[in-house]
Design a protein. Structure first.
Length: 73
C-alpha cells in the first residue's frame, strides 16, 4: 500500500532527511520519501501492518522534530 500524508510544522530540511531515514528502517516499510518543500510524506508499506507502521513513523518524526505531526485523513 502506498499513501501520501501532509506534514505540519516541519521546519528543517536536515530534520526531514533524518526522519525519512528513520522511517525507512521501520520493519515492513518498502519505501519512504519526505518532500520538504511540499511538506509531504510518501510511504509504501505492508498492507497488514500499515496502521502500526504509520504510528511508528509518527514517533520517529517526533523524536527528530517534536513539533512535526503527520496529518491523518
Amino acid at each position: 500500500m502506498k499513501k501520501i500524508f501532509l506534514l505540519e510544522d516541519l521546519e528543517c530540511a536536515h530534520c526531514a532527511a533524518k526522519m525519512e531515514a528513520a522511517i525507512q528502517k521501520i520493519e515492513g516499510v518498502a519505501a519512504a520519501n519526505i518532500n520538504f518543500f511540499a511538506q509531504k510524506l510518501t510511504i509504501e508499506a505492508e498492507d497488514a501492518r500499515f496502521d502500526e507502521i504509520i504510528r511508528q513513523a509518527a514517533e520517529a518524526c517526533r523524536k527528530v522534530e517534536p513539533d512535526c505531526t503527520i496529518v491523518m485523513k
